[in-house]
Design a binder for this molecule. Structure first.
Ligand code: HSE
Length: 298
């Protein structure tokens, strides 16, 4: 018995929701094939597309799968094939796609013994291996689909948020690798009250805007006063990408997860494609190599 799984890339943080908000992309992601085996344990049999460890305990999918298996009432095991299309260290949830894909596929093969929320807990173990911190803002949207809000970590509480139908993402990845653990180390541990007020005003506004499909409200809310001012120094031409994308009609622009990818959200695919063109020009002008994607949200 085997299953093929699409494992979506995700944008975490979405400007104002550091560690608590993320969204899954419809057309960017990895593929995995999972098979039930009679022998117990997890075996990663094949990885294509990237040079990643096959040893279960060194691989994020392996670690998430083991967390699942420990809690499952199942004597056998699983064999996992990973076909990576998302580059590790690109900021669009590469490790989350593998962790979430593994536990989602296993759950399907066993007839869904676990809830999505339980799957998020298992997948977070993969994130812990990847970045030292078991953050859920990539694995939650990867498992729930669309936008997901991590209202609380203890206890874990994830809220699925509807995706406005005309929302499209543009994502540009300058070809450098930024490790999440490194880009977390440079953050400050305290926030001024007046800054926090701005941030939670925007996060509330963004969530309300998504529920109401109010694109103006979404636009007014897509700001990050806490993390972006610090992390943007790691990203080539961040200010230029932002200004040009906003001038082209993007609703908002920010750092995707811990970077270096930069995302823009736009109303309508046509605007998202124009934004992509503009971003390409910014990097072509200064000779930065990049990948670029335009995707719906689902
Ligand atoms: N919220 C995490 C961070 C996401 O920004 O560090 C990493 O993908």
């Amino acid at each position: 018995e085997e299953i093929s799984v699409f494992c979506p890339a995700t944008i975490a943080n979405i400007s104002c929701g550091f560690d608590v908000l993320g969204v899954a992309l419809e057309s960017v992601g990895d593929e995995m094939v999972l098979r039930k085996t009679n022998t117990s344990g997890i075996k990663i049999s094949r990885i294509t597309g990237q040079d990643l460890p096959l040893e279960t305990e060194k691989n994020v999918a392996g670690v998430a799968a083991q967390a699942f298996l420990q809690k499952a009432d199942f004597k056998g095991g699983f064999e996992i094939e990973i076909h990576k299309k998302i580059k590790p260290g690109s900021g669009i949830g590469s490790s989350a796609a593998s962790s979430a894909g593994a536990v989602w596929g296993m759950n399907e093969l066993l007839g869904r013994p676990f809830s999505n929320l339980e799957l998020v807990e298992f997948a977070m173990q993969g994130e812990k291996l990847a970045s030292d911190v078991p953050h859920a803002d990539n694995v939650a949207p990867a498992l729930f689909g669309g936008f997901a809000l991590v209202r609380s970590y203890e206890p874990l509480d994830v809220i699925s948020i509807p995706s406005p139908s005309m929302l499209y993402a543009t994502i540009i990845h300058p070809q450098i690798e930024v490790k999440t653990s490194d880009s977390r180390k440079i953050l400050r541990h305290t926030v001024q009250l007046k800054t926090a007020i701005k941030q939670w005003g925007n996060l509330g506004g963004l969530v309300a805007g998504l529920f109401k499909e109010d694109y103006d409200l979404i636009q007014r809310s897509l700001h990050d006063h806490i993390v972006e001012p610090i992390r943007s120094i790691l990203i080539p031409e961040f200010d230029e990408l932002k200004v040009e994308s906003l001038n082209t009609g993007a609703l908002g622009v920010g750092i995707s997860g811990s970077g270096p990818s930069v995302f823009a959200l736009s109303k309508g695919e046509e605007t998202a494609k124009k934004v992509a063109k503009q971003m390409e020009e910014v990097y072509a002008g200064v000779g930065v190599d990049f990948d670029i994607h335009v995707s719906g949200i689902n």
